[in-house]
Design a protein around this ligand. Structure first.
Ligand code: PXG
Length: 291
């Protein structure tokens, strides 16, 4: 396995970063998770754009252009001869001293690209659906650490994941500070009511997911009305269908929320339709390469 590290492709064993890297010391950095399907990196340009936006927001200068980052991703996939992959791009503030001041790291930014395979959940989850539970930890306040920034500081989500797992569930439903539905630990959430789609707006403590945007696009093409609207837990409980969207998890039907059965307790009709249409798009929209 070859890892991209600061401009070079090196064997995994040699892909090492400093213990004084502020990504390690403070979670100071940004990342993206991307997938490639049959030699097409799905929505790579959109992921790279979001990476640069996250970096801009935390005043982290990525030492290359968006175009160069796209080439680096493709180079990593080719070096590993991967047609299908999960790609993790990480840019950290780099090596500095033991203080917080990121200025001390200037010019030392670390760029890492890892291309590997993952499947997040067993196949059965996609066929039978998942049960989720609301957890006590709320999503970060946008005024504190905006969830739009895909930062290396994922403790907020990890704490929620721990709470869900401790309760015997695989995924956590996170609320915002007002008690409205925000998102899950690595996925956005949708509900279906009267053949219409509802998902929380991006300003309410949710990441503007690229899979979320893709589902909204597909729905509009299929003439399914979509609403980016605040949602309460009650609206989830009485929904006809529910599903999660994310690059790693893709589209996961949800059949139970906080012990309440959703619809008839099976993946819904429109959820299955969106899963099918999403699959069709994957090999079409993105950056193509050869191995
Ligand atoms: N919300 C959050 C908080 C995320 O981290 C999404 C939504 C979905 O966004 P995209 O653009 O991928 O549709 C994410 C995705 C995982 C994992 O293991 C997920 C993410 C990052 C790292 C790991 O599920 N981000």
């Amino acid at each position: 396995m070859k890892i991209y590290l600061n401009g070079k492709l090196v064997p995994k064993e040699e892909a090492k970063v400093s213990v004084l890297d502020h990504g390690f010391l403070y979670g100071d950095g940004v990342f993206e998770g991307v997938r490639a399907y049959n030699c097409v990196v799905f929505k790579l340009r959109e992921h790279i754009r979001r990476l640069f936006e996250s970096a801009h927001s935390i005043m982290l200068e990525i030492p290359m252009s968006e175009k160069e980052m796209i080439s680096a991703v493709v180079k990593t996939l080719k070096a590993n001869k991967l047609k299908d992959a999960y790609i993790r791009i990480v840019v950290s503030r780099g090596e500095g001293d033991l203080g917080l001041d990121p200025k001390k790291c200037r010019g030392n930014e670390t760029v890492v690209i890892i291309a590997d395979k993952i499947s997040l959940y067993p196949k059965e989850i996609y066929e039978k659906g998942m049960a989720i539970i609301t957890v006590p930890t709320i999503r970060n306040l946008p005024e504190a650490l905006n969830p739009q920034i895909k930062s290396l500081n994922y403790l907020n989500n990890i704490l929620a994941k721990i709470e869900a797992i401790n309760a015997g569930y695989q995924e956590a439903l996170m609320l915002d500070h007002l008690g409205y539905v925000a998102e899950c630990t690595g996925d956005n959430i949708f509900v279906v009511k009267r053949e219409q789609f509802y998902t929380p707006p991006q300003c309410m403590g949710t990441l503007r997911g690229i899979t979320r945007d893709t589902v909204l696009e597909i729905a509009r093409k299929l003439k399914i009305p979509t609403h980016e609207h605040v949602l309460t837990r009650h609206e989830l409980y009485i929904s006809e269908e529910c599903f999660l969207t994310g690059t790693a998890a893709e589209i996961v039907p949800v059949v139970e929320v906080d012990g309440r059965k959703i619809g008839n307790g099976k993946p819904g009709k429109l959820t299955k339709l969106i899963m099918k249409e999403f699959k069709k798009l994957l090999r079409k929209e993105g950056v193509k390469y050869t191995v």
